[in-house]
Design a protein around this ligand. Structure first.
Ligand code: HAM
Length: 433
């Protein structure tokens, strides 16, 4: 193949079968999110660089973004994520009724090394609640996430949602003697722990955190809110208490897959409170399938009043790989037509086109043969395409405004006036569209 024709490494190219699977997954996601009252929005794929410089984190912007100067001399990026766009949109529409529940399916770009679950162009599902600082909002977005996983058929125990809190981390880091300017760096170090071999991580952490590295590691291993070491270092009556309340809300929402894990820090700078990730417990998909958290200071930096926010980004590729690992097949529209319209000769083409439109107007799908010729060949094509019925428009059918219907599951064939044929097909197939 001419190498120039290949797509660039890591770019998104989905053939119809893969697209049907992805759309099937998206349909489940939409259904769950709609049941919580989420509304869909969209934003630009190309954004000014400054939008992300503000708060996303330097790795994402300086090392991973597709950055270029456009023809007007502006420094722009292909969006590496959606949250800053959402924050700007909310800041720009101060009359939006709050709390706002907004969802989107953005395609994003990050110049990462392509590997399993990591590509350079990927689609996410984003789900955010803006304008509420109640813990109920944090719990609701996690309930949506858990509802999506259950809706997709993921069995209990196959995935886990792990949460922590940046406020709790700050309380503990302060008690360890780290000044607040160091907290962001300590969080970035915790975030990398699962991505590096243990020895390498320890050496790297102590280079940056000195004597505090060991205690930071101890903190990152806390997986119970009742851990005595943690209780001694957290602020009395502070975030630990709120996390207990949060656990209670998740329990009330029936979310059994979520648990506390202080090792969840998240790589983006804008998070201010609860942070969480959804992970495959089977270990075959090591990267997070979803990540999110609370960001209370992001909307405010785009002007206007501060608006708190909480939400997540769910990777469609990571999710698809996870479902494949479990052998779960979610399929959208199969592409199988209800009816294949066969045409005897060019003279019957106008009647075939008219009859096909009439069938479509009843909410059924029709794949029309674009070639006239041997009917046996057209029947083979109908069967290859998986049509439920083949309709034949021949000379007699055209003259009496009828069609012959053949049941492709072996149920025989009959010629019916068009109106009767429409009634018959509607009763047998229902409106599939
Ligand atoms: P994130 O953790 O950077 O968060 O990305 C969320 C998810 O997007 C990841 O867990 C992963 O499944 C998917 N993802 C990220 N990078 C790639 C990649 N290179 N290839 C394939 N999938 C990828 C955010 O983007 C936040 N803006 C999420 C958020 C929304 N927080 C609050 N609201």
């Amino acid at each position: 193949m001419n190498p120039a024709v290949k797509p660039l490494a890591g770019m998104r190219q989905l053939y119809p079968d893969a697209m049907a699977v992805e759309e099937g997954i998206a349909a489940v996601i939409r259904r769950v999110a709609l049941s919580y009252g989420f509304e869909e929005y969209d934003g630009p794929v190309i954004e000014p660089l400054e939008l992300f410089l503000a708060k996303s984190g330097s790795e994402l912007v300086m090392e991973q973004s597709y950055r270029f100067t456009d023809r007007g001399g502006r420094e722009v990026v292909l969006r590496p994520e959606m949250t800053p766009t959402l924050a700007r949109m909310i800041a720009g529409a101060p009359d939006t009724p709050m709390p706002a529940r907004w969802m989107s399916f953005p395609v994003c770009f990050r110049y990462e090394r392509p590997q399993r679950g990591r590509v350079r162009e990927f689609r996410q599902f984003n789900c955010d609640i803006l304008g509420s600082d109640s813990l109920a909002a944090d719990a609701e977005v996690i309930a949506v996430l858990d509802g999506i996983m259950r809706g997709l058929g993921a069995p209990p125990g196959s995935y886990s949602i792990r949460y922590s809190s940046r406020r709790l981390a700050s309380e503990v880091l302060t008690s360890l003697g780290l000044e607040s300017v160091m907290h962001q760096q300590a969080l970035a170090i915790i975030d990398r722990k699962s991505k590096l071999p243990a020895d390498e991580w320890r050496a790297w952490a102590s280079e940056r955190l000195g004597g505090a590295a060991e205690a930071v590691e101890r903190f990152s291993c806390c997986s119970s809110l009742d851990d005595g070491w943690l209780a001694e270092r957290a602020a009395p009556g502070g975030e630990l208490e709120r996390l207990r309340e949060f656990g209670g809300l998740l329990g009330a929402a029936g979310v059994a897959s979520a648990s506390f894990d202080a090792g969840i820090a998240r790589g983006l700078d804008y998070y201010t409170g609860i942070v969480f990730e959804l992970l495959d417990t089977g270990g075959q998909n090591r990267r997070a399938i979803c990540g999110g958290g609370r960001y209370d200071n992001l909307v405010g930096i785009f002007g206007g009043k501060p608006v708190p926010g909480v939400g997540f980004g769910l990777g469609m590729l990571t999710l698809r790989l996870f479902l494949e690992t479990l052998g779960l097949r979610v399929s959208g529209r199969s592409g199988r037509p209800d009816v294949f319209m066969a045409v005897f000769s060019p003279a019957e083409l106008p009647w075939a086109v008219e009859a096909a439109e009439a069938i479509r107007s009843r909410g059924l799908s029709v794949l029309a043969s674009l070639e006239c010729g041997k009917l046996s060949k057209q029947f083979r094509e109908a069967s290859r395409r998986g049509a439920s019925f083949t309709a034949v428009a021949g000379p007699e059918e055209a003259s009496e405004r009828s069609i012959t219907l053949k049941d492709m599951s072996g149920g025989g064939q009959m010629r019916l006036p068009l109106e009767k044929a429409l009634e018959f097909l509607e009763t047998r197939l229902g409106g599939s569209l």
